[in-house]
Design a protein. Sequence first.
Length: 573
Amino acid sequence: MTAKFDKSRLPSRHVSVGPERAPHRSYYYAMGLTEEEIARPFVGIASAGNDSAPCNTTLDAQADICRQGVNEAGGMPRRFNTITVTDGIAMGHQGMKSSLVSREVIADSVELSVRGHCYDALVGFAGCDKSLPGMMMAMLRLNVPSIFVYGGSILPGSFHGKDVTVVDVFEAVGQHAAGNCPLQELIALEKVACPGHGACGGQFTANTMACVGEAIGLSLPNSNMTPAPYRSREEIAVTAGRQVMALLERNLRPRDICTRAAFENAARVVAATGGSTNAALHLPAMANECGIEFDLFDVAEIFKSTPYIADLKPGGKYVAKDMHEAGGVYMAMKTLLDGSFLDPEPLTVTGKSIGENLEEITWNPDQKVFYDVKTPITPTGGVVGLKGSLAPDGAIVKVAGMERLRFSGPARVFDCEEEAFAAVERRDIAEGCVIVIRYEGPKGGPGMREMLSTTAALYGQGMGEKVALITDGRFSGATRGFCIGHVGPEAADGGPIALVEDGDTITIDAVVGTIELEVSENVLAERRKAWQPRANDYQSGALWRYAQNVGPASGGAVTHPGARTEKHVFADI
């Protein structure tokens, strides 16, 4: 069964082959392995499973089922766990500073576990937002044959006969503050919005990055949109275990799959589905692991020329379950390929190209979720990049479902999210203003918090498209309204956003892609002379370490130089 694998060329030889490895093998015998099993390739099965939130509660079970496929194909499965910080619970308080940092910790911990134990291949299971890119970053960094598996989305809740998600609860908080939602109604909604296991159901960050997993070729075709409670997830897990062994036999590695063209395909799918602006942070970070130059501006350029075709929440009607029933990610990719918006050449974990995989897909004109590219919802993408005097290093806005794409108004400046949220709660935000929340960037936060609590409260008060909100932090994939994030350079680095004062006019044009601070250069020069860097409250621990190493949001907020400077790849040790 293992004759097709030459273990003398695999990393696991360092812990299992030769007389000098007898002490190492004694540990494997202690865990019940046989001599034949120790002689097989070792496959790491990484799970981000935990009890912190429903996004992650099925992952360990799925990872354990994956062992079956690895065993059947002649490998030796070795399961281990990594952390997750779940945004829905971390949102709206200091805990959100840990969210983006967790992406790096996840990637680092998976890397260290695989390196330390010399695993030959990797299957990764993730559910909540940052665990998806974190897991894929580790795969690209290690470059051992790998498959990414999403744990699946939650089923929609039902309230007053309508499908609801956790975002409806966030927005109901704003409605309650505005006096438009009785407390008992809010309590009734919170009890039914999330009916079971799985990640947030709309086209928020988790489902956006699940789409990326398929579009970029690291996930099995049409696997990721299957909801978490469905029994068919078991077969997906087993198939992933079998297929990773086929990749190992062929020595087909993540960097063979994730080429520049594959990253462009992934960005197309994000734009076409109205995905999360967080993808503009995670795709550059993943590209960094491959040594590929692919920053915010590259992503934004692709967004600009991609039709928006998926009627998904938060800008549209449908959730991930509906997307699955409509044909999944590959149904969206089918019409994009037919319209020449995708490159068919990049390989996938099937061993076939994207184009070959899509030959097996027939466009379904009867489904309601995806529009044909010939008749899109809008002719350009659901996400737009911005650049201008307020954001020389770029910014990004999600326009899917928005009617108003231009905005100009006086600034209302806050130096942290809590101050802004308090002003929203007490209804101290004027219609027509541009809310600026700064010192929330990767370095300044530290951790680049998402602002869903604030934006959802505004929307719940009916102010969602009557104000604009700008930050050097981030927005949840669930955010809707005129919300611009990733403004760079960030305030902590002395970017123009640090110089904005109350009453300054800010003009945003999401049609042409500009964001301008209407203040003269002379005035800004005087303000800059008076500006002083600020120390944050985190002067020790993981957040301090992150702030010392993190780069700008435009490059993915990464903490190391990536593949461009590496001396060797783990897979070749």
